[in-house]
Write a protein that binds this ligand. Structure first.
Ligand code: IPD
Length: 288
C-alpha cells in the first residue's frame, strides 16, 4: 500500500453515515466467521461451472449480512451473490440498494489460500455511494465513500500514475467459464498484454482484492470478463476515490451489470488495455 497522506484522518459524517458504519461492522463480523472457517472442513458445491464454487459459509455469511441489513433498513433493496445464484433477479433501481458478495475468492477459501474478502457496496439513485471490502486473513479494511476518499485501515489510498503499458503490472481473473473457446480468448488477451511488454500479469483468485491492490497503487491496471456486480460495486467506489478509472472494456462508461470491466490508475492506461482486449461474452447480470 502507498498511502499518500498517512496522517490524514478518514472523514466522518454525511448522508449515508449510518449505513456505512453498519456495513463496516458487518464486514468485520463476517470476516471473523470466514477466518475461523478457513481452516475447517467445508461442504463444497458447484454453480455455473466446475470452477464456480460455493460453501455453507458463503450462505451463512450472506444470510447474516442480509438479515441484519433488512432489520435496520427495511425499505432498502438487496442484490447478493448466493441469492442471485438461487434465482433472485439482479435489478438496480433508484432505491437504496446493497450489493453484497459474502465471500469473494470462494475457490481460494476452499483451498485455504489466504486471499479472501467480504464485499459490501451501496448505491442510491443507481449511483455508487460507498464500498467496504474486508480482506479477512490480512485484516485489512478497504473503504471508499463518494467524494470522501478511499482508505485501508485508516490510511488514504492513491492509485499509480503509470500511463505506459510496457511499465505496467496488470491484474486479471479467469472467470468461471472453462470451455475451449473462452479459454483461448482469455489466454490470447493475456498474451497480447505480454507482447505489449507489460511487466507482468497476475491472477490472485479474488476480483475484489485485485481491485483493492489497484486502488492502493500496488498494480497499474485490472481487467476481467465474467465478474459480477457484487465483485465490482464496492471496489469501484474505492478505486474512483483513490483517483482511478473504472470503465467498460469497450472504452465507454462502466456498466455494473455487464460482467466486464477495465480499471486503471490513469485513463491512458485503461484505454490502452481496453484497446488490446478481445471480448469474452458472459451476458448480463440483469438478464439472468
Ligand atoms: C469470483 C472471484 C474470481 C473471479 C470470478 C468471481 P466468488 O468471485 O473473484 O476470482 O474470477 O469472476 O466471480 O465466486 O469467489 O465470489
Amino acid at each position: 500500500m502507498k498511502p499518500s497522506r498517512e496522517d490524514e484522518a478518514e472523514p466522518a459524517g454525511g448522508p449515508w453515515e449510518e449505513c456505512f458504519e453498519v456495513a463496516v461492522q458487518l464486514a468485520l463480523r463476517a470476516g471473523q466467521i470466514i477466518r475461523k472457517a478457513l481452516s475447517e472442513e467445508k461442504r463444497v458445491s458447484t454453480k455455473t461451472s466446475a470452477a464456480d464454487l460455493v460453501t455453507e459459509t458463503d450462505h451463512l455469511v450472506e444470510d447474516l449480512i442480509i438479515s441484519e441489513l433488512q432489520k435496520k433498513f427495511p425499505s432498502h433493496r438487496f442484490i447478493a451473490e448466493e441469492a442471485a445464484a438461487a434465482g433472485a433477479k439482479c435489478v438496480l433501481t433508484l432505491s437504496p440498494t446493497w450489493i453484497v458478495d459474502p465471500i469473494d475468492g470462494t475457490c481460494n477459501f476452499v483451498h485455504r489460500f489466504p486471499t479472501v474478502a467480504v464485499s459490501i457496496g451501496f448505491a442510491v439513485n443507481q449511483e455508487l455511494e460507498f464500498g467496504v471490502i474486508y480482506h479477512c486473513t490480512e485484516e485489512r479494511l478497504y473503504t471508499g465513500r463518494r467524494g470522501r476518499g478511499a482508505f485501508c485501515n485508516g490510511q488514504r489510498l492513491q492509485v499509480s500514475g503509470e500511463t505506459d503499458l510496457s511499465k505496467a503490472l496488470v491484474l486479471t481473473e479467469i472467470g468461471p467459464k472453462r470451455d475451449p473457446a473462452t479459454l483461448k480468448l482469455f489466454l490470447s488477451n493475456m498474451e497480447r498484454l505480454l507482447h505489449a511488454k507489460a511487466h507482468g500479469v497476475r491472477v490472485i483468485g479474488s476480483s475484489t482484492l485485485a481491485l483493492c491492490h489497484l486502488a492502493s497503487g500496488a498494480a497499474d491496471a485490472y481487467y476481467q470478463f465474467g465478474l459480477h456486480c457484487w465483485d465490482l460495486a464496492a471496489a469501484t467506489v474505492i478505486i474512483r476515490e483513490a483517483g482511478g478509472i473504472v470503465m467498460d472494456t469497450s472504452g465507454g462508461p462502466l456498466d455494473l451489470m455487464s460482467c466486464r470491466v477495465v480499471a486503471a490508475g490513469t485513463r491512458e492506461m485503461a484505454t490502452l488495455i481496453a484497446q488490446a482486449l478481445q471480448t469474452i461474452n458472459y451476458g448480463r447480470d440483469d438478464e439472468k
